[in-house]
Design a protein around this ligand. Structure first.
Ligand SMILES: [Zn+2]
Length: 376
């Protein structure tokens, strides 16, 4: 079987419509699984719902040293309301640019590590090897990765490369994300007699004020900076001439290591309890962080330097990834970097594109990472 080439494989992956919702990643996952299986990998498919398929592929001997992990998600976000000037699924090119939904986030990253993994399969088979985790459902709450971690479907990994879009700059982590819904309730009455009702919107206004004064238990992190809180939506009331009996807001917090999301929910609940409000956690992804002094991270920094303008310095990226849930699935102590060919500023944009030159660089870089891990 012919080995795939990374630019061509990216275009093949773009042709699968994996827009989430609904995702429907099965055909795309099976295509990648077929390529890896033909190269000698052992494949397992895991579906958290009908046709929501993640894939775990492994090669290597069971050794004292665990395999290196590469991971990526195959779902993509919707196209948005603006018109695209290029077909979002056809893999159109213009100069160095390859256009399409998922070109940057992150089918190019998956293509790059799958190509490197198939090229090196014979030598990886003789060493500690490689585990490849390709997930469904990342864009809405990391569902595929959470399923793999919760069901204990991951064995072990010595380090993780999350091939999300970073223009080949190695990032050492990202903040956590925890979203909450807050509800206030009251008693409805005619709008001409507010004194006989209890106004849920007025209570919510006080809750929003309380949240503005919230202090996180960890004020700042050396690399990530401060945790944040934003009230993102507000809903309440049915008509102007009634006293509203229900109001809700949703709150987006971005957290740093040391802030536990269950504890955070309890702290927010305690803060707004005097207003009679209830807090519910709706979505969460833990923070991901590896100390930049970690020996493997330093090695990754050195290997990336030839592809960058200057040696990398420790930074974290703004978006969150599957990495934190997978790290938990691998036992919680695995170092991780976020490193991939896509352009971070183009993720989720209209006319998303990826540099084809960077895809080729990623293949070289990923090959080097795989070979070094395997002692070459
Ligand atoms: Zn992504």
């Amino acid at each position: 079987m012919a080995r795939p080439e990374a630019r061509a494989l990216t275009r093949e992956l773009l042709a699968y419509n994996t827009i989430n919702p609904p995702g429907m990643e099965r055909a795309c996952a099976r295509h990648l699984g077929g390529l890896l299986e033909a190269a000698g990998y052992a494949i397992a498919y895991h579906e958290f719902a009908e046709a929501r398929t993640s894939l775990v592929a492994h090669i290597g001997v069971r050794d004292a040293k665990p395999p290196l992990c590469f991971t990526g998600h195959i779902d993509v976000v919707p196209l948005g309301n603006a018109r695209w000037s290029h077909d979002a699924f056809a893999g159109e090119t213009d100069g160095d640019r390859l256009y399409g939904r998922g070109s940057t986030d992150m089918k190019s990253g998956i293509a790059a590590f799958v190509v490197a993994a198939t090229q090196l399969a014979p030598e990886l088979a003789r060493g500690p090897g490689l585990v490849i985790v390709i997930t469904a459902g990342e864009e809405i709450g990391c569902e595929g990765a959470k399923y793999l971690a919760d069901r204990k479907l991951l064995d072990r990994a010595g380090a993780i490369v999350v091939a999300e879009p970073t223009a080949n700059y190695p990032y050492v982590g990202h903040k956590g994300l925890a979203w909450f819904e807050v509800e206030t309730t009251g008693v409805t009455a005619h709008g001409s007699m507010p004194e006989v009702g209890e106004n849920a919107i007025v209570k919510m206004a006080e809750v929003v004020g309380d949240l503005g004064r919230f202090r996180f238990p960890v004020e700042s992190h050396a690399v990530m900076g401060k945790p944040t809180l934003n009230v993102g939506t507000i809903h309440g009331g049915l008509n102007t001439n009634s006293v509203p009996d229900r109001a809700t807001i949703t709150v987006d917090t971005r957290t740093v290591p040391g802030i536990d999301h269950v504890h955070l929910c309890e702290s927010l609940q305690a803060l707004v309890a005097p207003r009679g409000a209830r807090v519910k956690r709706i979505v969460e992804t833990p923070a991901l962080y590896t100390e930049p002094a970690n020996a493997w991270v330093q090695e990754v920094f050195a290997m990336c330097t030839p592809y960058l303008d200057a040696p990398p310095t420790p930074k974290t990226i703004t978006f969150s990834t599957d990495g934190a849930d997978l790290k938990r699935g691998f036992g919680g102590a695995t170092p991780a970097v976020i490193l991939g060919p896509g352009e971070p500023r183009l993720a989720h944009q209209t006319d998303e594109w990826c540099s084809m030159g960077r895809i080729d660089q990623s293949v070289e870089l990923f090959r080097t990472l795989m070979q070094r891990w395997n002692g070459a």
